[in-house]
Design a binder for this molecule. Structure first.
Ligand code: 13P
Ligand code: SF4
Length: 375
């Protein structure tokens, strides 16, 4: 079949057909099939949608949220199948937190996260060996952002650390500082820096570990003196927002509130009125008085949805950078992938299951449970 061929016909639901057959058809032709499969699957299936998902996909979600909220919902669910419309690390976390008998499905296995790819477990182990060699391991707590592989979460769990998301980073940092003098924060330098600074840690007490540099590009002294060692990772989507964008919207729209995700660079966060996870950004607009205008620094699908939703309440929402910041990996989950995954489930076939190895799961679960405890 030719991709996007308007004459292509999808085989009847229930007949065996490959993902390529689904991908050949336009997005809107999937709606009825997704809805029908959803009804047939009933309570056996929980469909989760992260806020960066496209409209054509998120409208079928049973629950939407940021990574923390979705992981909580996954933990509390009794559904046999959890279909995660999000990215790989989110589905992995849901699998780690799932009960026995539950299965987690990611409709497109190519939906990864470029930030999570910036830290590999072998690099993290090499970093830790260097910290050990300098005798600093006993006073250093490894803390990883949810946007990381299951192996890195397991590493943190085993070494006495934990996981955090953008909605509980501060609580996780406090937890870690009750147990150690220093945090090794993986893999997002911006979230680490923004959180540390908000807690009163000056920038000169934070160092950046470059996994490609000799001893991370640091000296024994710089590591020993630091309170936070920041892994040199970032989100390419959020890194596009610049301080000049904040200046420009403030000049153009006096009185505008600038709210940004803490994955944005430090200089942008310093100029913003508030920072928050995706769920919190929505709440900030929701709680604002009528007539308030916002420039939002996060992924464009969420910003566009907020603009439409809050226009009805007399609030104006624009993107902080009007070239539009798209998370291309979140975008990979298409209606075709969703229809394919759901119709296979209706037929009793589980496709694209995300299954973390038991040996990794054990310590990753410890790290995630610690996160859920700090709230
Ligand atoms: P949230 O947990 O705020 O939804 O963020 C996830 C993410 O990947 C942001 O880029
Ligand atoms: Fe990863 Fe950035 Fe996409 Fe979030 S927005 S999933 S951090 S690439």
């Amino acid at each position: 079949m030719v991709l996007d061929d308007p004459t292509a016909v999808l085989p009847e639901a229930g007949s065996s057909c490959s993902l390529e057959d689904y991908l050949a058809l336009p997005d809107h032709t999937m709606d009825e099939r997704i809805a029908e499969a959803r009804v047939k699957l009933g309570a056996t299936t929980l469909l989760l949608g992260h806020h960066y998902q496209r409209d054509e996909v998120i409208r079928f979600a049973d629950a939407t949220g940021d990574s923390y909220k979705l992981s909580r919902i996954a933990t509390e669910s009794d559904a046999k199948y959890i279909v995660f419309c999000g990215v790989h690390f989110m589905a992995e976390s849901a699998d780690i937190l799932s009960h026995s008998g539950q299965q987690v499905i990611l409709p497109d296995l190519n939906a990864g996260c470029s930030m999570a790819d910036m830290a590999e477990i072998s690099q993290v182990e090499a970093c830790w060996e260097a910290i050990e060699a300098l005798g600093l391991d006993g006073e250093t707590i490894p803390l990883t952002y949810m946007n990381s592989t299951a192996a890195i979460k397991a590493f943190c769990g085993e070494k006495g650390g934990l996981v955090c998301t953008s909605s509980n980073a501060r609580a996780a940092f406090e937890w870690a500082f009750e147990r150690g003098k220093r945090i090794l924060f993986l893999p997002d330098q911006h979230l680490g820096r923004n959180t540390g600074f908000e807690m009163g840690i000056p920038l000169n007490e934070m160092t950046v570990w470059d996994p490609w540099g000799l001893q991370g590009g640091q000296t024994k002294q710089s590591l020993a003196q630091s309170r936070i060692i920041l892994w040199k990772g970032h989100c390419a989507v959020h890194q596009r927002f610049l301080p000049s964008h904040v200046d420009a919207v403030r000049a153009k729209y006096p009185g505008i509130q600038v709210i940004v995700h803490p994955e944005c660079r430090f200089e942008v966060c310093q100029k913003a009125d508030a920072l928050g996870s995706t769920e919190r950004l929505i709440a900030l607009v929701e709680q604002a008085p009528e007539g308030q205008m916002f420039a939002v620094g996060t992924e464009i699908h969420l910003v566009n949805r907020m603009a439409r939703r809050f226009a009805e309440q007399g609030k104006k929402v624009i993107t902080l950078d009007d070239t539009g910041c798209l998370c291309t990996t979140m975008y990979r989950i298409s209606p075709a992938h969703l229809a394919w995954a759901l119709e296979n489930l209706v037929e009793g076939r589980v496709v694209n299951r995300i299954q973390v190895r038991a040996s990794v799961k054990r310590w990753a679960r410890v790290a995630l449970d610690r996160m859920l405890e700090v709230g």
